[in-house]
Design a protein around this ligand. Structure first.
Ligand SMILES: Nc1ncnc2c1ncn2[C@@H]1O[C@H](COP(=O)(O)OP(=O)(O)O)[C@@H](O)[C@H]1O
Ligand SMILES: CC(=O)OP(=O)(O)O
Ligand SMILES: [Mg+2]
Length: 448
């Protein structure tokens, strides 16, 4: 990748001229994570359903560890990285406004000069309840997804704020929701059922849903292609380690278990999340567990218990920062709190890798690291692989510390010394949405 100066503002191009000179259509793929907003711009040529072409990716990261940082890549050029003043960008909504303004005023991206150039806006919606396929968001679906905000308190509301902004500012775009839990829809009954009164469970839809599914779908396809194995035959243990972290056991290309549950709180700890704890712990932590937290809003009711476990725990509570890169570095320098946070993460990840290795009967094509920490955290990968060495995993130290930054999938396993492959996959939830969108474009497009 080369660094280039950003081009100045575009000259005025009329929407008609844009449409007549640009026969391709633009897809905006929007991924509202718990600490970041990542937006990619794609073009595609209807009616072709071949993979859309990535034009640009812009991301605001570190929303929970201000100042947030902007990173912008167009084509294969890195355009800029810069911190953003907290007064300008301090949450999903302001981040989106900043991003769309930035994209439409970049002369180097003539395909997206006006909001109306966007045909499809794809939104990553973490919790879908019962929807198992992407849906066009109309008034009815919007309200149904709004009702689920309580179950994904760090995600759904932020994503829906952006849906509203796109709807207001780009009225011609079709807004499509892609669901993070859809990949896990065929979890075996024993894996998805909690041992509670089944009448209540069914009535209130209390079961394991699992998340990070767009990422796991991308990982499954990319790793299968890399290993030249049909996706339907691929067995992997995949780790999506970002601000929210999860593990997934993928057998024959399908999720057969995953660490997140009814909500993204369960399983591994994260930036501000506790991960699994004894459910009784919260009643000893505070007597106000069941009271509504002041963080509740009209559209989202969360209790003190949920506020504490989702937003006041994890790396933030243990170390004072949500930046796992910094925690890793300080752990290496001997900082006790950071070392403990690092060791807790490694310990919990180890448990899932071991359990999923057994669920796959030891027939594991690869252990796959993905997400911000999985892709960039060499120390973390090394510590995890050392812990599961007895299962037949080993790293090539050189490739682990200096993986190929450009490849989607990189092999970091020890050649001849690792029974199972160890891979890094640069996962791309935005690309996954755009690809699924193009494949179903005719049924997803809003009627004219
Ligand atoms: N070099 C690094 N080593 C370990 N972790 C890193 C590194 N660089 C970034 N990270 C971490 O990646 C996490 C963000 O992951 P990402 O997948 O982008 O988040 P999100 O869940 O918001 O999509 C943050 O905790 C960040 O500190
Ligand atoms: C589901 C989830 O936790 O997502 P993220 O890691 O993007 O916050
Ligand atoms: Mg993410």
């Amino acid at each position: 990748m080369t660094d280039v100066q950003e081009q100045s503002s575009p000259g005025l191009i009329t929407p008609t001229a844009t449409a007549s000179t640009m026969p391709s259509k633009v897809i905006l793929s929007i991924n509202a994570g718990s600490s970041s907003l990542k937006v990619s711009v794609f073009s595609y040529h209807p009616p072709s359903s071949s993979d859309p072409k990535a034009l640009a990716t812009i991301q605001v990261t570190g929303l929970t560890a201000p100042p947030a940082t902007l990173k912008y890549d167009r084509g294969d050029q890195h355009i800029k990285s810069q911190p953003l003043p907290e007064t300008d960008v301090n949450g999903q909504e302001t981040a989106y406004e900043y991003i769309i303004q930035h994209l439409t005023s970049d002369a180097g991206l003539p395909e997206l000069s006006y909001p109306d150039d966007i045909e499809f806006a794809c939104h990553r919606v973490v919790h879908s309840g019962d929807y198992d396929r992407p849906v066009r968001i109309d008034r009815d679906t919007f309200h149904r997804l709004e009702e689920l905000s309580d179950l994904a308190p760090l995600h759904n509301a932020g994503a829906l704020t952006i849906v509203k902004a796109v709807h207001d500012k780009c009225p011609k775009a079709s807004n499509i929701a892609f669901f993070d839990n859809a990949f896990h829809q065929n979890l075996p009954e024993a894996a998805r059922t909690y041992a509670i009164d089944q009448k209540v469970a069914k009535r209130n839809k209390l079961r394991k849903y699992g998340f990070h599914g767009l990422s796991y779908a991308f990982i499954t396809r990319s790793v299968a292609a890399h290993l030249a194995v049909p996706a339907e035959e691929l067995n992997i243990v995949a780790l999506h380690l970002g601000s929210g972290a999860s593990a997934c056991c993928i057998k024959g290309g399908q999720s057969i278990d995953t660490s997140m549950g009814l909500t993204p709180l369960d399983g591994l700890p994260g930036a501000t999340r506790s991960g699994s704890v004894d459910p009784s712990l919260i009643f000893h932590f505070t007597h106000d567990a069941g009271k509504l937290s002041p963080g509740s809003s009209k559209g989202m009711h969360i209790t003190e218990a949920e506020e504490i476990l989702n937003k006041k725990s994890g790396w933030q509570a243990l170390t004072g920062t949500t930046d796992f890169g910094a925690i890793s570095a300080k752990a290496g320098e001997g900082d006790a709190a950071c070392k403990l946070a690092f060791d807790i993460f490694v310990d919990r990840i180890t448990d899932f890798v071991a359990a999923y290795h057994v669920k796959l009967g030891g027939k594991v094509d690869a252990l796959v690291f993905a997400g911000g920490i999985g892709e960039k955290g060499a120390r973390l990968r090394q510590a995890v692989v050392e812990n599961v060495a007895c299962l037949g995993f080993a790293l090539d130290e050189g490739r682990n510390t200096k993986p190929d930054g450009e490849a989607v999938v990189t092999d970091i396993g020890k050649e001849g010394g690792s029974k199972h492959r160890v891979l890094i996959c640069q996962t791309d939830e935005q690309a996954e949405m755009a690809r699924e969108c193009v494949q179903d474009a005719d049924s997803l497009r809003r009627p004219t």
